[in-house]
Ligand binder design. Structure first.
Ligand code: COI
Length: 453
């Protein structure tokens, strides 16, 4: 049952990865060096060989620059007690120069994809969004004043909004291409693209939040508390996430969702929390809520499915362990485990059992990589800031019964982004243990992708 809800093993015929188009920066500026969508669609550059050559030279110059990853501590430092004009402008310029570099790397990744993939309509939509964002950000001149920054923030806000369709488009694109290229290639691409997207949204949203704080009439540099609405958030970072509270809040919500999905009178397993209950660590709250939420949703559903005929549901046990460098969460359920032959596919974006029929309703696809900007309406974090108690947006933003099988791989992308890890051990026929390790000190830089660019 555990595996059913996650993914069924699909026997894919791997197709032939024909690299009709493969870009190489050294290649001569010939039209053949560009995939059709690039040449046809980027009208701002024109489609003549000379225009294409110019745009490729511009892109090359950004692809050559390495990204400069930042740590949670640095994010806190920028927005800390001394948030003033200088720091806001410094951070604005960091974001201004980082965004086009980080986007350029992913544009290049897309250009290297086999032609059949990059011409997929959903993926080429993403490509176009990225290209126009790259083009807009690279042209923004150095930010020198608060007014410049306010204008910059408008562009950032608009882009964040325009890019809300990226995750559903990627999900659809990968689905449609999964019989055309080896799943390993699609998975590598998805991991890079998703991790990089999280990273861009984190720095962009952090900057918007800090600018809000800076512009707030209640903000006085050097005063404390120094954040929104008198809470302890530094921009989007919560320096003292409480492990037990996160599990309790998210767990209650996951239970409510399971009741909603399985019928209001249906039973849900109890969630028992044990171990180092006072553990706190700096983190982006929506990230940890997303991960724990997905793990608990999986465990609850597996337990319900596996024990449908028995009176008692075995509890889900969450152990919190506070080590010198890490916080470790172990989520143990007795939901039957994962059959050995399905274990390898658990972490694949390309091989999962996406229920295609449901996916046809595009608007139902959850914004899996949601970060706060996407969650603003119902955000747990934001309403907490206002001192209210409300439901978790990462979990509520999708219909309760919708399963895409992407929760686990997506959770691992989130965990690894801040140098953590996510592992699953199946006790086949009995249950599952999942280990989430979070770096506790906030001193680890973003892990931008598998090979550091
Ligand atoms: C994204 O959401 O994919 C982005 O890259 C947003 C960023 C350009 C602000």
């Amino acid at each position: 049952p555990f595996s059913q809800r996650l993914r069924s093993c699909n026997n894919l015929s791997l197709g032939f990865p024909r690299k009709i188009f493969s870009y190489s920066p050294e290649s001569a500026p010939s039209p053949r060096a560009f995939p059709l969508p690039f040449a046809v669609r980027h009208r701002s550059f024109g489609s003549s060989p000379i225009h294409q050559w110019r745009s490729s030279v511009v892109l090359d110059s950004f692809v050559e620059k390495p990204a400069r990853p930042i740590s949670l501590r640095q994010l806190i430092f920028f927005g800390g007690r001394n948030l003033d004009e200088r720091r806001i402008i410094d951070f604005a310029n960091y974001v201004r120069s980082e965004l086009p570099v980080r986007i350029a790397h992913r544009i290049r990744d897309m250009q290297k994809l086999p032609y059949v993939v990059v011409t997929n309509r959903h993926l080429s939509e993403v490509y176009e969004l990225y290209y126009s964002a790259f083009d807009a950000f690279r042209k923004i001149p150095e930010i020198g004043t608060v007014e410049d920054n306010d204008n910059f923030c408008q562009v950032v806000k608009k882009t964040l909004k325009e890019h809300l369709t990226v995750i559903p488009s990627l999900a659809m694109g990968v689905l449609e291409c999964r019989d055309l290229v080896p799943p390993e290639e699609l998975d590598r691409f998805m991991n890079r693209v998703l991790r990089s997207r999280i990273s861009r949204r984190v720095i962009a949203e952090q900057h918007l939040a800090l600018t809000d704080t800076f512009n707030s009439p209640f903000h006085f540099p050097d005063s404390s508390p120094h954040h929104h609405s008198g809470t302890d958030f530094v921009g989007e970072v919560f320096p003292r996430c409480n492990a037990r509270e996160v599990v309790e809040t998210v767990g209650k919500h996951a239970q409510d969702l399971a009741r909603e999905a399985n019928g209001s009178l249906s039973r849900v397993p109890e969630i028992q929390i044990e171990g180092h209950l006072d553990t706190t660590f700096p983190y982006i709250l929506s990230h940890i809520e997303y991960i724990i939420g997905e793990l608990l949703r999986n465990s609850i559903q597996a337990t319900v499915d596996c024990h449908s005929s028995s009176l008692e549901l075995p509890p889900i046990k969450v152990l919190i362990c506070h080590a010198p460098q890490h916080v470790i969460f172990r989520v143990s359920d007795r939901g039957g485990g994962v059959p050995a032959d399905e274990l390898a596919d658990l972490w694949s974006f390309a091989k999962g059992p996406r229920p295609q029929a449901r996916l046809k309703n595009f608007s139902q696809v959850p914004k899996m990589a949601a970060t706060l900007q996407e969650l603003q309406k119902t955000s747990h974090t934001h309403s907490r800031r206002e001192g209210q108690d409300s439901s978790l947006s990462t979990l509520t933003s999708r219909p309760p019964h919708l399963r895409l099988g992407m929760g686990l791989p997506m959770s691992r992308v989130y965990a690894e982004y801040w140098a953590g890890s996510l592992e699953l051990h199946s006790l086949e026929g009995y249950g599952t243990d999942v280990f989430l390790q979070i770096s506790k000190l906030g001193n680890k830089s973003e892990q931008l992708n598998l090979d550091g660019v």
